[in-house]
Design a protein around this ligand. Structure first.
Ligand code: ADP
Length: 264
């Protein structure tokens, strides 16, 4: 990185002292660096499944040509790797879209509890497969607000899917919806949606960086579960667009709590 500095000489208490002023890299250079890091990350994430695919194609064309059992197994792995690439490209496109729309105010009237309920219904088969009981506790009155329903659905899908994927060992994922007329964070009427799991939790040192693109607290587990590392980055942009906040609280061994706070 290009860091420039100035040296000034001036007398302090009668002696000569040297003042060194380091000038920070400009915003432009930082943006350039971020873009280069992002391209490097995307290339790496795409190359990993691609290398696996190329290896299996070569094996199927050569040594495993007449081995039917091996062929079926390899084809399954190839399908998994192709799916991984497809998910990554899908998430990259979502990220691009939500980023470009971040400054556009959403203006669709929606009812939040129904939206969350229907998102949970879609995720129920995933929860059942993981042996997770999924519960929703919401006020009985409808929660009408202005937002982007597709994007908010994506927020709850990503957060609940993570709670099932990473915290599913706890057997329970709870979603709580609370209304408040004077929310401390929003300084006005707001709704808080909490997604709580009883899984292994997240070490405090990771919490501040979780919404960075491709940041993973447990890289091995994320890849094993087919994660792209972009889910929470997408969530963050959507919550920002709705002028809300995303909070994460967790301790190792104590499960995780993700809270979305939206103004009303
Ligand atoms: P990924 O595609 O890897 O799931 P995300 O952006 O959705 O990416 O999440 C980033 C990381 O945060 C995950 O890789 C995982 O390590 C961690 N994480 C997210 N949710 C939870 C949770 N409920 N419990 C434990 N770790 C979590």
């Amino acid at each position: 990185q290009d860091t420039s500095f100035e040296v000034q000489s001036r007398p302090v208490n009668g002696t000569d002292a040297v003042l060194v002023v380091f000038q920070d890299v400009t915003h432009l250079e930082q943006a350039g660096q971020m873009r280069r890091d992002f391209v490097a990350n995307v290339s790496h994430e795409l190359r990993t499944p691609l290398t696996a695919l190329m290896g299996f194609i070569e094996t199927l064309q050569g040594p495993a040509r007449d081995d039917t059992a091996a062929r079926d197994r390899f084809l399954q792995i190839m399908a998994d790797e192709a799916n991984r690439m497809n998910r990554l490209v899908g998430d990259l496109l979502s990220l691009n879209r939500v980023e470009s729309e971040e400054r556009v105010r959403p203006k669709e009237p929606l009812e939040l509890t129904r939206l969350i309920q229907s998102t949970l219904n879609t995720l129920r088969p995933l929860a059942d497969d993981a042996g997770v009981n999924l519960s929703l506790d919401a006020p009985s009155e409808p929660i009408t607000m202005i937002g982007d329903s597709d994007q908010l659905r994506q927020v709850f899908t990503n957060l609940v899917e993570n709670a099932i994927k990473y915290g599913g060992s706890g057997g329970q994922v709870d979603v709580f919806v609370n209304l408040s007329d004077r929310d401390t964070a929003m300084r006005g009427p707001a709704v808080r949606i909490k997604i709580i799991d009883q899984g292994p939790g997240i070490d405090a040192k990771h919490l501040a960086r979780l919404t960075e693109r491709f940041y993973r607290a447990d890289s091995h587990r994320s890849r094993e579960l087919g994660g792209t590392g972009l889910g929470l980055a997408i969530v963050k942009h959507i919550v920002n667009r709705h002028r809300g906040r995303l909070r994460v609280e967790s301790e190792l061994g104590q499960g995780a709590i993700f809270t979305v706070i939206l103004p009303r």
